[in-house]
Ligand binder design. Structure first.
Ligand code: HEM
Length: 94
């Protein structure tokens, strides 16, 4: 299970680059597969997420979600500290 729909989503103004790319508008990004996101540091020697590498951690990447991803961001923000830690542990296990 790759944990992505591989579809384009409008992620809001914060993540927009304003550059339409073929069929994707300037604020649409393809969901990357989250499978393998845990070992990304060991494998790639970095933890930079999102299309331009602006997020230094998985949590930061989630907090950039807007537009169609807003509900996911708010759910993450409204979790208790323990729930958030469990969610991040899960993502790091992928
Ligand atoms: C359980 C909820 C979610 C979690 C934990 C999550 C987590 C993440 C993470 C960690 C990334 C960065 C991946 C990378 O750079 O390799 C990412 C990117 C992305 N996510 Fe989510 N996400 C969630 C929900 C959603 C939803 C609901 C949507 C849209 C319908 C969405 C759309 C995207 C897109 C388009 C990107 C790429 C954005 C870019 O490159 O700037 N995500 N997500």
């Amino acid at each position: 299970m790759p944990y992505t729909d591989l579809l384009l989503h409008d992620m809001g103004a914060g993540l927009a680059d304003g550059r339409p790319d073929f069929l994707a508008g300037g604020r649409e990004w393809r969901t990357p597969p989250l499978w393998g996101i845990g070992p990304v540091d060991n494998v790639n020697g970095h933890t930079r997420f999102l299309h331009d590498g602006r997020a230094r951690s998985i949590a930061e990447a989630i907090l950039w979600h807007d537009g169609e991803g807003l509900a996911a961001r708010e759910a993450f923000r409204n979790m208790s500290r323990a729930e958030r830690a469990a969610a991040l542990r899960f993502l790091e296990s992928l």
